[in-house]
Design a protein around this ligand. Structure first.
Ligand code: ZN
Length: 297
């Protein structure tokens, strides 16, 4: 149940309200065909041996996957890379409707500055979840040598608006930007999905292709590292393409949203409310980002 009046599911409710029909690209790049160079391990991000098949020996839901990885001593692997992490929503959004309902330009229309986000049936807010996961991702990527910029670092404020969130990644000239969310989908629907931008002339045309690569890398790392299934209620094969998200439309750097699970689903909610799962989620997201930024040169 959602109790806060401004609660808006960050995924499908908004799309439905706008009459948006997701154009879904279904390619041959299934997660199983991608060979990861990074894997999730108990100590953080670890590089796989060259030639390894990239599939840890044991990947079960919620377990770590360090058995098949080896540490690589030496210099940080992501030195010189810049990553923007955008923890979705903010804890004060729900109590500041006039500020977050203010319309902002999203390139191909106007949309609310931000939304309150979802929450689990037990009242665990998406904004708190996304910030905690985002902080964990930052810790892991910084340990690997990346520069990490965050769109927010506390959960008691309002915003920033979605256009500002995009601008933060742009100004940082980020090699990759990831907006972290947990969906407010139908209670019967399970799983995660990664949203990448539709190529829009004058907006996302230049970043659409690399953003999709980022989405595929994140999908592979996330399902491998967390055991969360691909969403069965939206998108296809854990991916969704959208043209109605200002955070994507206004980005000039490769960017995706990852909806890490469905807060309205009881099974997903058990995972999302578990700190151990959030650490696994963060490691997986960091691994997916690392794979992308290393491959993008
Ligand atoms: Zn959200």
């Amino acid at each position: 149940m959602r109790r806060r009046p401004l609660l808006v599911a960050c995924g499908i409710a908004v799309a439905a309200a706008l009459g948006v029909v997701a154009a879904v690209a279904v390619g041959s790049d299934g997660g199983g065909s991608v060979t990861p160079r990074y894997a999730v391990a108990t100590g953080g991000l670890q590089r796989l041996d060259p030639g390894a098949d990239g599939v840890p020996a044991t990947v079960a839901g919620g377990t770590s996957t360090d058995a098949a990885t080896t540490a690589s001593p030496g210099a940080p692997t992501l030195a010189g890379k810049v990553v923007a992490i955008d923890p979705g929503h903010n804890g004060g959004n729900g109590s500041h409707p006039s500020q977050i309902n203010r319309l902002v330009d999203i390139g191909n229309g106007r949309k609310a500055c931000d939304t309150a986000g979802a929450e689990t049936a037990s009242g665990y807010a998406e904004s708190a979840y996304t910030l905690e996961v985002g902080r964990r991702v930052r810790r892991i990527l910084k340990h690997e040598g990346a520069k990490v910029v965050m769109t927010r670092t506390t959960d008691d404020g309002v915003g920033p608006c979605i256009n500002v969130r995009a601008e933060i990644g742009n100004r940082a000239h980020a090699d990759a930007a990831v907006s972290i969310h947990a969906d407010g989908g139908p209670s019967s629907g399970r799983g995660f999905h990664v949203i990448y931008p539709t190529p829009l002339p004058g907006l996302t045309a230049a970043i659409a292709r690399p953003s999709r690569r980022l989405a595929v890398d994140l999908r592979a790392a996330y399902e491998q590292g967390t055991g969360m299934p691909r969403a069965d209620y939206i998108g296809h094969d854990g991916l969704d393409e959208r043209s109605d998200l200002g955070g994507l439309n206004l980005s000039k750097v490769p960017k995706v949203f990852i909806e890490t699970g469905n807060m309205n689903n009881a099974t997903d909610a058990v995972k999302l409310t578990d700190a151990g799962f959030r650490e696994l989620a963060a490691k997986a997201i960091a691994a997916g980002i690392a794979r992308f930024v290393e491959g993008s040169g």
